[in-house]
Design a protein around this ligand. Structure first.
Ligand code: DP6
Length: 330
């Protein structure tokens, strides 16, 4: 199934660009990770995942209709060449919406999180672009359809359409119309995420090629879908009962299990740097001293700490540069 076949089912044939628009979407951190696709064209996952959205940290995207014959793409205040990778990805994604019509845009994206450092800026970027296109073309799509469209840009983007805890239902259908984000109703005031930046540089292997390599070469990957299904259930329970220990343990083990499958790929995929391991050991040491802190990691060297508001001040003594976010406020 082609992406255009899915678009035929969701969008009108003829669309018109109206005024300039601006939209924001948050970045999201997965507590149960998406790792591996059953359909690479549509970004359909092998397993369901669960994330928490990062409130004000994410992407602002502005769309201005232009008379030109190509999109004019800007990232963090810099104009990109039409051939640049980011620019191509953006234009190909807009192709899904403009279809065969001559509609081009100046696209300005600003991330307030480091781009391509494992902090999921592609998720917030595609989600914000989806929301902006929905407005610019007056599509009025329902949230599930926005999530499906964003997923075709980048899988994890389907979760960034929502705030708070979000489950990405993997779905069963070939066209992926049942594979989208769903916001959980539970809130968790005082739940905190801390970003430990080890390296903000561009990573060598992006998630897309990393997960493909893992699926194709790591025997260990066979156990991943089962682990993810069990972890998803535990996280749902932890969120329903506000059981922080269960949430933290499950998220940390899930992340380390995903990294085990990466390391077991060939050529091996090791996203960690010595400083990443040192930070993990610091977390384990603090935990052995009674502090309730856990970590998760994505396809990059940075750690995301999970903790509760009451422990914030203590944690800042050990991680002085920690950027902290409270997805549900106080
Ligand atoms: C490790 O969503 O970036 O962050 O669908 O190929 O664009 P594509 O991949 P992407 O993968 C994210 C992987 C992850 C885990 C997660 O966010 O669930």
């Amino acid at each position: 199934m082609k992406r255009t076949d899915v678009v035929d089912r969701l969008l009108p044939k003829v669309v018109k660009a109206s005024a300039s628009v601006e939209q924001f979407a948050p970045s999201n951190i997965a507590l149960c990770k998406y790792w591996g696709k059953r359909d690479r064209e549509l970004n359909l996952p092998i397993n369901a995942s669960l994330s928490v959205s990062l409130d004000y940290l994410g992407s602002h995207t502005r769309l201005i209709p232009t008379e030109g014959q190509v999109d004019d793409v800007w990232l963090n205040g810099q104009q990109l060449q039409p051939g640049a990778r980011f620019s191509q990805k953006v234009s190909e994604f807009i192709d899904l919406f403009r279809r065969d019509q001559n509609l081009y845009f100046k696209v300005e994206t600003r991330n307030n999180i480091p781009t391509a450092a494992g902090l999921a800026s592609s998720a917030s970027g595609f989600a914000a672009l989806t929301l902006a296109l929905n407005d610019a073309l007056a599509l009025d799509l329902p949230p599930e359809h926005l999530s499906i469209m964003a997923r075709m840009g980048s899988g994890s983007a389907c979760r960034s359409l929502f705030t708070g805890f979000v489950e990405w239902r993997m779905g069963q259908r070939k066209d992926g119309l049942d594979s989208h984000g769903v916001q959980l109703e539970q809130q968790w005031p005082g739940f905190c995420i801390g970003l430990v930046e080890i390296d903000a540089g561009e990573k060598a292997t992006d998630s897309r090629s990393g997960m493909q390599r893992t699926v194709e070469t790591a025997h260990l990957y066979q156990s991943w879908p089962l682990q993810a299904a069990v972890d998803l259930g535990k996280l749902q329970q932890a969120i329903a009962e506000r059981d922080f220990e269960l949430l933290g343990q499950t998220a940390e083990q899930n992340a380390l299990s995903m990294h085990a499958t990466m390391i077991a790929s060939w050529p091996p995929l090791l996203y960690w740097q010595p400083e990443s391991v040192a930070a993990m050991q610091k977390v384990w040491q603090l935990r052995s001293q009674g502090l309730q802190v856990y970590f998760t990691m994505d396809a990059g060297p940075n750690l995301k700490l999970l903790f509760q508001r009451a422990d914030r001040a203590t944690l800042l003594q050990h991680f002085p540069n920690l950027e902290t976010v409270e997805p549900f406020g106080c």
